[in-house]
Design a protein around this ligand. Structure first.
Ligand code: UDP
Length: 247
């Protein structure tokens, strides 16, 4: 798969359809695969933290989640075809496995969120095979029992929704102990499936203003969102200073 290097992070140049197809084929392959969806904030974190950058680059699929990453790919003159958000991919793959029998486990969010998300998903896809769920608040000593629960459920697909960079690190550190075929780090997606957080209406997304919608709905994100202009300036001035001599 072709990639674009943005501040050292090798983002896949895929369309939404390619990405969903790729996840579906990974589900049917042996071995375990990780899927991360970096936005501007996550790429900026990786720019400042080489170990985290390596974790992102170890993924089997890395999609451009956020209009900032799409613009950045244009600035470095190697554009991605479109934005491919984690939530959209999650929806796409759920549609594909809605009747296939593949087993899905929902991990993350506040207590009760995964249950609510499962309830809503079952209303839309009554045959969707949700085999387990677990909230995302746990002590380090609970990790082994969480892994055991996921493995015992027989899950093929695992949504890990702990926010970045926790979810990417969690997947990376535990990948070898998990028997799932695909593990996706997809932030606040369970909140959206649960209906506790609203996704921006399509028109805002099309205009590249989802960040503004989220800021209006969740003003506490202001300081986190300061990463956006910082990311823009960093890509403009350092976008071509590739890490580790990569092109
Ligand atoms: N979360 C979690 N465990 C934690 C911290 C956060 O499960 O220790 C969840 C939180 O409840 C939320 C998600 O992780 O559902 C992070 O959502 P956020 O909107 O910050 O992520 P984004 O989509 O912006 O990456």
């Amino acid at each position: 798969m072709e990639k674009v290097n943005i501040l050292g992070v090798n983002v896949d140049k895929v369309t939404y359809d390619d990405a969903v197809e790729k996840i579906y084929s990974m589900l049917n392959e042996s071995g375990n695969h990780s899927v991360f969806t970096p936005n501007s904030e996550i790429i900026l974190m990786a720019y400042k933290d080489e170990a985290f950058c390596d974790i992102l680059n170890s993924a089997d699929l890395l999609t451009a989640d956020g209009i900032g990453v799409v613009y950045a790919s244009r600035i470095v003159k190697n554009p991605v075809p479109q934005r491919v958000a984690g939530y959209d991919m999650a929806q796409g793959i759920i549609k594909k496995i809605a009747e296939s029998g593949h087993r899905l486990y929902l991990f993350g969010g506040k207590p009760g969120v995964a249950e609510l998300a499962a309830e809503n998903l079952k209303k839309t896809y009554p045959l969707l095979n949700i085999v387990g769920m677990r909230n995302g608040y746990f002590k380090p000593e609970e990790v082994d029992s969480i892994i055991e629960d996921i493995n015992q459920s027989g899950a093929d697909l695992l949504f890990v929704c702990l926010g970045a960079p926790t979810q990417e690190k969690w997947i990376y550190n535990n990948k070898e102990k998990l028997n799932c075929h695909v593990m996706m780090g997809i932030g606040g997606s369970l909140d959206v499936f649960a209906g506790t957080v609203q996704r921006a209406p399509q028109i805002w997304c099309k205009l590249g203003l989802e960040w503004l919608y989220r800021l209006i709905k969740e003003p506490w994100r202001f300081w986190r969102m300061m990463a956006l202009p910082k990311f823009g300036f960093t890509v403009l001035f350092k976008g071509k200073r590739y890490k580790k001599g990569e092109k």
